[in-house]
Ligand binder design. Structure first.
Ligand code: ZN
Length: 175
């Protein structure tokens, strides 16, 4: 009796380990090509799933120098002027702003574009995943988009940080 119980426990533990070690189903990598309102490509974002979140490698060219808000939006559709991308990705139903509270899953730090207009930067978003089927997956039924705004995110004004126009947009796609 004892031996049987012991075996059952061991079996359950082995199953747990197997589930934990299994690679994420499909999307470990994703990409988004950023385009401005005229349809011109202005950069790319490469997304990589990590154990702690999704690493976004942002590369942009020819943006106006200064601070620009950078968010993940709820809908994977980029039709100028990009209202099509919906509001910020917000599976947790929070208010906007990383200073105001937990913020939206799509809230991220501002991009600081130098005088050259070109910027390469990496951002870790711990609130999202590329794994399909999870509530915070960017690959939900209507997809997701990355959006750069004309102004800085003030990190507190609901619903969008008072960040002004949407100047660039890219649909997140599996790689
Ligand atoms: Zn937000």
């Amino acid at each position: 009796m004892f031996a049987l119980k012991h075996l059952q426990t061991a079996g359950a533990a082995a199953l747990l380990v197997a589930a934990y070690c299994m690679p994420a189903a499909a999307a470990d990598l994703a990409t988004a090509q950023l385009k401005d309102r005229s349809g011109k490509a202005i950069g790319d974002v490469d997304l990589t799933q990590t154990p702690g979140g999704v690493l976004l490698r942002v590369s942009v060219k020819g943006l106006a120098p200064g601070e620009h808000a950078f968010h993940i939006h709820a809908v994977g559709k980029c039709e100028a002027p990009f209202d099509s991308a919906g509001g910020h990705f917000n599976p947790g139903s929070h208010k906007h702003g990383i200073v105001a509270g937990p913020g939206h899953a799509g809230d991220m730090p501002n991009l600081h574009v130098p005088q050259s207009g070109d910027l390469m930067v990496e951002v870790l978003n711990t609130a999202i995943t590329l794994e399909k089927g999870k509530p915070n997956s960017v690959f939900d039924a209507d997809g997701s988009a990355l959006v750069i705004h004309a102004k800085a995110d003030d990190y507190r004004s609901d619903p969008a940080g008072n960040a002004g126009d949407r100047i660039a947009c890219g649909v997140v796609q599996e790689k």
